[in-house]
Design a protein around this ligand. Structure first.
Ligand code: PA5
Length: 459
């Protein structure tokens, strides 16, 4: 069977400031340690994401709930932020039609799914105004249960649903994904008798895409979550050893880490040549940033780009700016569709355009990817290549698991805990203090007590 391919040759090209094989040999013992440390935490039940593909019961529960919602409603709002939103959005974006939510029901093969994500009131108000609430249900997704952005959206929708459809109507329209035991939302699930899927304690937000967090919206939209999990299982099976040249996720983590610490390439760009993987880029940014950015001495900066769009934007910087970037180019070998480019009779004399005639848009974007990879290397810029045979659920599952495992191993290589996010928690406390949460006064006072701004610096 064709499978995901990782090719790191572009990061070992001496002309591109690449690594030497000796660098890889030197880091092999630490890579082995990082692998073992992860496996130890996994066996201890502390970190569970790599075992999600074999959790058939959890997948079935998500599929069943999605099927039930789809049989009664047309729209699903996924209320969540960060890891409680990005994974689902990445899967739906990758596997569904690019204009999924605009298609008629018969062509869609699933619900319309919306991820408001941010607590920007302008977006949320506009979304609620655009939807027919009668045909709308919502999934409130929060591991902690107390995330202000998510729970404020939940409270707004709850009030509207109760006002329009009564308590029963609200109960029919609201499902939850949260910690199986802890948190205020679990308590609400009990008090309000709401259906709630568990997000086990061992699954952190940014590692939750293959749990109910990602599976519920994906299944509701009509994506094949069975194949998604099977693909993830294939990568997991390829990553069961600590040898860097045998475990693709370990190799990816080692190369990106070495590029950062040995070659100063601390900006890690993920650049898929497929619009469908645009949201995956956002998911990767969170995965890499929140997992690895833990102290001033460590933490590569992830950047999302999309080919060929960013060839007309940030590529100039990647090509000729500071030598601080490593670009991972993602190729989908067989695009889902292709469009021939005709050459109108009257254009034959225009050499600037005539060469395009007779090609396809697929050939064009592939030529652009190949050319960009080659040009980056010739300009002394290292690259890594990831190739999916096609963009289906299985291949996406392979890719998601590869990147998640790579983040976990990279945590070990950087010497940080990839599974916490103390910096995020600090910001949450200040915001809650400002909004008057009892017990958080010291955070409010600290903010309000900050020195007044220098008026000379305010224009
Ligand atoms: O990856 C993480 O842990 C975070 O990004 C969380 O997903 C995010 O802060 C939302 O948290 P919660 O799911 O508790 O609402």
């Amino acid at each position: 069977m064709e499978r995901l391919t990782l090719d790191v040759n572009g990061a070992f090209d001496p002309a591109a400031g690449g690594l030497a094989r000796a660098d890889l040999e030197a880091i092999a013992p630490r890579a082995r340690e990082a692998f073992e440390a992860f496996e130890t935490r996994r066996r201890a039940g502390e970190v569970g994401f790599a075992d999600l593909p074999s959790d058939a019961a959890a997948a079935e529960a998500a599929r069943a709930l999605a099927g039930e919602l789809a049989s009664r409603f047309e729209n699903l709002l996924v209320l969540g932020i960060g890891g409680s939103s990005l994974g689902g959005r990445a899967v739906v974006g990758a596997l569904c039609d690019p204009f999924h939510n605009l298609l008629p029901a018969a062509a869609r093969g699933g619900m319309r799914v919306f991820f408001p994500d941010n607590s920007d009131p302008a977006t949320f108000a506009a979304l609620l105004a655009a939807l027919d609430l009668e045909r709308t249900c919502f999934a409130t997704v929060t591991k902690s249960g107390g995330t202000a952005e998510t729970m404020s959206q939940h409270m707004v929708l709850r009030q509207r649903m109760v006002a329009r459809f009564g308590e029963e109507g609200y109960r029919a329209r609201c499902v939850l994904v949260t910690d199986p035991q802890k948190g205020v939302l679990r308590q609400i699930a009990v008090d309000e008798k709401l259906r709630a899927l568990p997000l086990p304690a061992s699954i952190g937000g940014r590692f939750s895409v293959l749990s109910a967090v990602g599976l519920l919206p994906a299944a509701a939209a009509g994506a094949d979550v069975t194949a998604l999990l099977a693909g993830a299982a294939r990568t997991e099976a390829r990553c069961r050893g600590g040898e860097v040249l045998e475990n693709p996720a370990l190799l990816y983590a080692a190369v990106l880490h070495l590029m950062d610490v040995r070659r100063g390439r601390r900006l890690h760009v993920l650049m898929p040549y497929a619009d469908a993987l645009r949201d995956l880029g956002d998911w990767f940014v969170q995965l890499w940033a929140e997992s690895l950015g833990k102290n001033p001495g460590a933490g590569p900066t992830p950047i999302r780009a999309v080919g060929a769009t960013d060839q007309h934007s940030s590529l100039q910087l990647m090509m000729e700016g500071p030598h601080d970037k490593l670009v991972t180019l993602v190729r989908v070998a067989a695009p889902r569709a292709d469009v021939p480019i005709p050459l109108p009779e009257g254009y034959r004399g225009h050499a600037d355009l005539a060469y395009l005639g007779g090609h396809t848009m697929g050939e064009l974007i592939e030529a652009e990817r190949r050319a960009t990879a080659a040009a980056l290397r010739r300009n002394g810029r290292p690259t890594v290549s990831l190739e999916l045979p096609r963009l289906d659920a299985g291949a996406l599952g392979e890719l998601l698991m590869l990147l998640e495992l790579a983040a976990a191993y990279a945590g070990g290589l950087y010497g940080v805990n990839a599974f916490d996010q103390p910096g995020v928690e600090a910001g949450k406390k200040y915001a809650q203090g400002l909004l008057g949460r009892p017990g958080y006064e010291k955070y409010r006072d600290e903010l309000l007590g900050a020195p007044a701004p220098d008026p000379a610096l305010v224009l």
